[in-house]
Design a protein around this ligand. Structure first.
Ligand SMILES: O=P(O)(O)OP(=O)(O)OP(=O)(O)OC[C@H]1O[C@@H](n2cnc3c(O)ncnc32)[C@H](O)[C@@H]1O
Ligand SMILES: [Mg+2]
Length: 176
């Protein structure tokens, strides 16, 4: 059985990987690891957020020699025309050095959340205050709050992982 490692202890992210394995019918087990993202705690651009996902994916491979694919999932914000959007990236790295990345859906942050992030606070903390909940980042996420749970953080990372798995399949076919 293939072992897929994910670089986080956040249950919303781990759930997304488990959903992807079930959805794609992979004969795989998921293991989670606490690894550094290597970027700031609150990534402020697509570039930095994607880099965090790639760093986590590679760090997982270093952590456990039994893992064949390392996955990194990272959340952050990005600016578009002066407006702040939630952005998310995923990366999957294998032992051949290959890495595939994909980005997720965007949603504009309400000004009160954007202002807190601009002041240097982490979105997870501000989202908790905004929603009067604890650990929003480990449950539905900011996207869950802003969409009344139509799309949760796990849904969003699940979607990103389907993009990555699909791209991987496509590239394998191309290699034939
Ligand atoms: O334990 P890890 O894997 O680090 O998970 P995390 O919840 O801290 O998530 P990230 O590091 O990927 O996200 C970077 C920052 O952005 C925040 N963040 C990103 N997306 C979020 C979301 O949907 N809901 C709440 N906070 C979010 C989070 O609080 C972090 O401060
Ligand atoms: Mg974090």
């Amino acid at each position: 059985m293939k072992i897929i490692g994910v670089g986080t202890k956040n249950p919303a992210k781990i759930e997304a990987v488990a959903r992807m394995i079930a959805f794609c019918g992979l004969n795989a087990e998921v293991r989670s690891f606490d690894v550094p993202s290597g970027v700031s705690a609150m990534p402020m651009s697509d570039h930095e957020t994607r880099q965090g996902a790639m760093n986590r994916a590679r760090a997982v491979l270093e952590k456990d020699s039994g893992v064949s694919v390392g996955i990194g999932l990272e959340g952050g914000v990005s600016l578009l025309g002066g407006e702040m959007f939630l952005c998310n990236w995923g990366a999957a790295a294998d032992r051949s050095g290959k890495i595939i990345t994909a980005g997720g859906a965007r949603i504009k942050l309400p000004e009160i959340l954007a202002e807190g992030v601009r002041k240097g606070r982490e979105l997870g903390d501000i989202a908790d205050e905004y929603a009067h909940q604890e650990n929003v980042r480990k449950h539905g996420g900011t996207i869950g709050i802003l969409t009344e749970n139509r799309v949760t953080r796990s849904d969003m990372f699940f979607h990103i992982l389907k993009l990555i798995e699909g791209l991987h399949e496509h590239q394998e076919k191309d290699d034939c």
